[in-house]
Design a protein around this ligand. Structure first.
Ligand code: CA2
Length: 148
């Protein structure tokens, strides 16, 4: 059984506690349960993580590259949070790994402030999703199943 790695970046541990008009009222634990259900439906194992630290996310992408090379990874769903708009390090880590990576945003970043319109992740992603709320996570996992 292949694994889907769901990575969440900075501040996403706060999901459900602030800005519910933007991010909804579900917690990150709720999102994990949603992902677990989606993975079960599509015959994937789930590895779900969150970090507030850029380097840790980079390390996890390296790990995903090794798992991909070993044939154990279906793909990565990455909500890099604000690092989406700043991180050359994440761009470089993803590039060349060969991993199928879906860039995901809960909110429609293009309908928000101009600084959220640029992504360092999009050029190295297979697909980009934004604005479906937390349900986007389950949709991204379904998308990985379709690509497999
Ligand atoms: O829409 C998304 O998923 C974002 O990736 C979320 C990031 C933001 O910087 C991106 O532009 C778009 C922010 C995540 C912060 O999450 C919070 C959730 C609840 C309360 C406070 C922060």
């Amino acid at each position: 059984m292949k694994t889907v790695l769901v990575l969440n970046g900075p501040n996403l541990n706060l999901l459900g506690t602030r800005e519910p008009q933007v991010y909804g009222s579900q917690s990150l634990e709720d999102v994990k349960a949603l992902c677990q259900g989606a993975c079960k439906s599509h015959g994937f194992a789930l590895d779900f993580r969150q970090s507030n630290h850029e380097g840790e996310l980079v390390d996890w992408i390296h790990e995903a590259g090794k798992s991909h090379a070993a044939g154990n990874l279906a793909g990565v769903v990455l909500n890099a949070g604000a690092y989406t708009h700043t991180s050359v390090a994440l761009h470089d880590a993803i590039k060349g790994t060969g991993i199928v990576l879906i860039e995901l945003h809960i909110s429609n970043v293009h309908a928000r402030e101009a600084f959220r319109h640029h992504s360092f992740i999009s050029p190295v992603a297979k697909a980009v999703m934004a604005g479906f709320g937390v349900k986007g996570y389950a949709m991204a996992i379904a998308g990985l199943a379709d690509l497999a």
